[in-house]
Design a binder for this molecule. Structure first.
Ligand code: NAD
Ligand code: ZN
Length: 343
């Protein structure tokens, strides 16, 4: 297969295949010793891809990202008589790739695995970096491991069947990347709109590649999340709190979180481009200034892992393309967030 880029991580390297054709998967994973793991939506839209590969088809949705599903996958792997020489391939969004990576890490103490991401969020975010896992009760991604896939196969033609709301969800992470690390990409997003990317294969392919490599570089430089990788949490601290409170789509929640982080940045770093960020979020169909219960959000937020007793590390912007991590005293943070909601 063409366009291979081998990306070294600390423990293993991963082959990225951009502009690839997913129907040529067999070149990377032998048909008689591979199991594909997918969900019903992806399976229904792309049956030809699965052909006569051994395939496990799961119910779609975050609700299924739990240990019981992992147990059922393990039982099916045993039915296929899969052994240590087999390869597991996750074909789907982040829910499928997270579970595939996790089960590959524990089945027979670890088997080879790769991903064919099928959602924007999967392609630019979830399939990169080797974090794999499942939810436990209300705790997202509470159990899992960090282990790099052997390969990532990017075929953007799979996105043709992706529903509009999932495009919007994924674009929130793209905008996040632009805000923290890539001012020229932010300009590109300003100059275009979602339908341009949906129509223009080259434009889309370049966008996906640019975002995949941006996240890859951040992860490579900080695989175990001691510094710069934290920038990827831009919009996510408040985002996660309100995502749970209102069962918002992830992209919507972090969009509101990014708007609030811009507001905090204006006060704390002298950031002066909030309106540009808000305009882009709005153009890509994402909510910005939303009314939410600030008291309740604060209760959840102050329990966040990124907190010490007196202060919290928060991702802010110095300017577009330049994210920074700043420690904010808790009482100051609380009053700024209340101000943000009250305005
Ligand atoms: N491991 C990581 O570093 C990392 C990073 C970010 C997110 N995640 C995880 O990713 C998950 C979210 O990923 P997601 O947004 O891709 O969710 P998802 O896997 O639930 O996919 C969203 C929806 O789109 C459908 N879908 C996906 N591709 C499709 C296609 N090509 N055609 C038609 N329908 C399609 C799915 O069936 C599902 O209904 C969360 O569980 C999150 O925790 C992990
Ligand atoms: Zn996210």
């Amino acid at each position: 297969m063409k366009n291979k880029r081998t990306i070294p991580f600390s423990t293993a390297s991963c082959d990225y295949y951009f502009d690839a054709d997913a129907t040529r998967l067999e070149e990377l994973a032998p048909r008689d010793r591979t199991v594909l793991i997918t969900d019903e939506h992806v399976f229904a839209k792309h049956q030809a891809l699965f052909g006569d590969f051994n395939t496990i088809v799961l119910k779609p949705g975050e609700e299924g990202k739990v240990q019981a599903t992992i147990d059922s996958i393990i039982e099916q792997l045993l039915d296929f008589e899969a052994d240590r020489t087999w390869t597991l391939v996750g074909v789907g969004g982040g829910v499928i790739t997270d579970m595939t990576g996790y089960v590959a890490g524990i089945y027979m103490r670890g088997v080879r695995f790769g991903f064919i991401p099928t959602s924007i969020l999967g392609m630019v975010d979830a399939c990169i970096g080797g974090k794999n896992g499942i939810d436990v009760g209300i705790y997202k991604n509470m159990v899992g491991l960090i282990r790099q896939p052997n390969f990532l196969l990017y075929d953007i033609s799979l996105l043709k069947s992706l529903p509009e709301d999932q495009w919007i969800n994924g674009m929130a992470e793209v905008i996040k990347h632009a805000c923290i690390k890539d001012a020229p990409m932010f300009k590109l997003l300003e100059e275009h709109k979602l339908s341009d990317f949906r129509k223009d294969k080259d434009l889309l392919s370049k966008l996906i590649k640019r975002n995949a490599m941006l996240k890859t570089k951040v992860v490579q430089e900080d695989e175990f999340e001691k510094g710069d990788r934290k920038l990827l949490n831009f919009g996510h601290t408040l985002g996660h709190a309100i995502e749970n409170m209102y069962e918002l789509p992830h992209g919507h929640a972090i969009s509101i979180g990014m708007t609030a982080a811009c507001y905090l940045s204006a006060r704390l770093t002298g950031f002066a481009e909030t309106e540009r960020v808000v305009k882009v979020l709005d153009k890509y169909g994402l909510p910005t200034y939303a009314d939410f219960d600030a008291e309740k959000a604060w209760e959840i937020l102050k329990m966040d892992k990124k907190r010490t007793t007196q202060s919290m590390n928060y991702v802010l912007l110095n300017k577009i393309g330049k994210g920074v991590i700043q420690s904010i005293p808790l009482d100051g943070l609380q009053s700024l967030l209340f101000e943000f909601v009250a305005q």
